[in-house]
Design a protein around this ligand. Structure first.
Ligand SMILES: [Zn+2]
Ligand SMILES: [Zn+2]
Length: 258
């Protein structure tokens, strides 16, 4: 089946390598594949030269100092991608949220996007804080993203794996239940492989009827269009291929007046 890739970065994401908006435009002109441009909102919002500030100790103060310019950069990004939009390419963002719940993007621009991919980046305290505290912070930021209109949650447990912190089964269950209540999809992401959490997440999603979003999280051109990991995980989770069209999140239907 044709997958909708909900997660692609351009040169405006500081961690992107050889990808560009131009590259995606050329792909969308030649192919009918559906995908969404989702640059990191923190990389867009924070000043050039301080792209990683969101992950640092001064995230809050730099956010406050650069707020007005951050809003302008967000607007410029949306306009830039919208102008390049062609074929089945969608305009979105990988939306960051501060630990205190403030969105790292202009909230007024969110309704203009075709798709919002929420992400809890920089999970606080994974290295050394008590599990209850880490979970509380993770849950509150997830809920804030859902409330802000995220249609899918990116790579739910990537950082837990990266920081070697075990995800409690109860948190996985909470996430699936909460996503179901909110009508939000959970992303199966291949940029960093987390099979030990992806397989149980897929099974729970399938049981609960929570849509699964397919994301390549393309940072390098060769990652685009490669769904090998997704297919392998869906198979390992025992999700029959004939059910994929109903369980996987379809490309959002975008109605534009212009
Ligand atoms: Zn991400
Ligand atoms: Zn990403």
């Amino acid at each position: 089946m044709e997958f909708f890739d909900c997660h692609c970065h351009t040169e405006l994401s500081a961690c992107a390598e050889d990808v560009s908006l131009q590259m995606y435009t050329e792909i969308a002109e030649k192919n009918d594949c559906a995908f969404c441009i989702t640059d990191h909102s923190a990389h867009l919002f924070y000043p050039p030269g301080q792209a990683w500030a969101f992950w640092g100790d001064d995230a809050e103060s730099i956010f406050d100092e650069s707020y007005a310019d951050g809003l302008i950069r967000c607007a410029e990004y949306v306009e830039w991608v919208r102008k390049a939009q062609t074929g089945n390419m969608l305009v979105g963002v990988e939306l960051d949220v501060m630990p205190d719940g403030r969105l790292v993007f202009d909230p007024a621009l969110l309704p203009e996007l075709d798709f919002i991919l929420g992400a809890v980046h920089g999970v606080r305290g994974l290295e050394d804080r008590p599990l209850d505290e880490v979970i509380d912070g993770y849950k509150s930021r997830t809920l804030r993203l859902f409330e802000a209109g995220a249609r899918a949650l990116a790579h739910p447990f990537r950082e837990w794996k990266q920081k070697e912190r075990t995800v409690p089964e109860s948190l996985l269950e909470w996430l699936v239940e909460t996503a179901k209540d909110a009508g939000v999809a959970l992303e199966l992401n291949c940029h960093f492989h987390v099979p030990e959490y992806d397989v149980p997440m897929l099974r729970l999603c399938a049981e609960a009827g929570v849509p699964i979003a397919i994301g390549t999280d393309t940072h390098r051109s060769y990652e685009f269009g490669d769904f090998t990991y997704h297919i392998e995980m869906l198979r390992q989770a025992g999700i029959a291929e004939d059910t994929w069209p109903t369980i996987l999140m379809p490309a959002p239907v975008v109605v534009r007046s212009d």
